[in-house]
Write a protein that binds this ligand. Structure first.
Ligand SMILES: Nc1ncnc2c1ncn2[C@@H]1O[C@H](COP(=O)(O)OP(=O)(O)OP(=O)(O)O)[C@@H](O)[C@H]1O
Ligand SMILES: [Mg+2]
Length: 265
């Protein structure tokens, strides 16, 4: 059981046209077995929040910790998946997954075995030898996910991982990620622009508003767990309760944009 906590964090970027307050007094916690989804308009600080968790940047104020220990930088306990998968297109799926393990000193046979196991977990057994440039966007994103999982992180941090996929591939990936989540018990932090995706995938959903980025609403949602319990995805997304919450969230996002104030200088 691991716990990643962001406590009363603010981030101010220095900019040519004065400082930009990207996050103001944000607190959020990602524990093993939870999937926290951040939703909000463009520029509300979602990627900044993920950057703090990943250790890419430090808070201006507040604390970011794993199990009470301040995060000093990137670490293999936290794996990051971006929309742009950043795979090496000329290498095979297996070599891409094994790459991170090579950097960490694993022997070749171990790397190969681990890479094949991870590719199987994301439904790509049989594609280990395929070059990335021969694969579809959905398959590439699976390879990216396998690569992230290969280092056996406690936390998966995902920034719009499915944003570039067509609707049906995207839904298939949502289900795949939920199944992986259930099997692995990892803590997941997921950023999305899609209200439906956020509602479907979250155990906790945090809604941010922009300038300065702050959390304006938190929802404990049970749709992801209903899917894990066996309810079909289409039934869940068509459930009147799901539809009502989706509309409530859409209205909340619109309202947060209307109340937007210009940045704090
Ligand atoms: N390196 C930086 N230097 C200066 N300002 C930055 C920097 N990175 C982000 N910002 C600003 O901080 C704010 C939050 O940016 P962030 O990228 O976290 O938003 P976001 O919610 O991820 O947006 P999107 O949904 O478009 O990805 C924005 O106003 C952005 O312009
Ligand atoms: Mg972003």
């Amino acid at each position: 059981m691991a716990r990643l906590s962001v406590e009363n964090v603010s981030v101010t970027y220095g900019g040519k046209r004065g400082p930009v307050k990207a996050l103001a007094d944000v607190s959020v916690e990602v524990a093993s077995g939870e999937i926290v989804v951040a939703l909000g308009a463009s520029g509300c600080g979602k990627s900044t929040l993920l950057g703090l968790m990943a250790g890419f940047l430090k808070p201006t104020a507040g604390a970011v910790q794993v199990d009470g220990v301040p995060i000093a930088g990137p670490g293999t306990d936290r794996a990051v998946v971006f929309q742009d998968d950043a795979l090496m297109p000329w290498l095979s799926a297996e070599d891409n997954v094994a790459f991170g393990l090579q950097m960490r000193g694993f022997k070749q046979a171990e790397r190969r075995a681990a890479a094949r196991e991870m590719l199987a977990q994301v439904g790509l057994e049989g594609f280990a030898g395929h070059a990335i440039h021969e694969m579809s966007g959905g398959m590439r994103q699976r390879v990216g996910l396998a690569r992230a999982l290969a280092v056996k992180p406690d936390f998966l941090l995902m920034d719009e991982p499915l944003g570039a996929l067509d609707e049906l591939t995207r839904e298939r990936m949502q289900m795949l990620i939920l199944n992986l989540w259930q099997r692995s018990g990892k803590g997941i932090f997921l950023i999305t622009h899609s209200i439906e995706e956020a509602l479907f995938m979250a155990s906790e959903l945090v809604l941010l508003s922009p300038r300065p980025g702050r959390i304006v609403q938190r929802y404990q949602t049970g749709f992801a767990r209903r899917f894990i319990a066996g309810e079909p995805v289409r039934a869940i997304k068509a459930d009147p309760q799901f539809v009502a919450m989706r509309e409530e969230l859409a209205n909340a996002i619109l309202a947060s944009e209307e109340n937007e104030v210009t940045h704090v200088g």
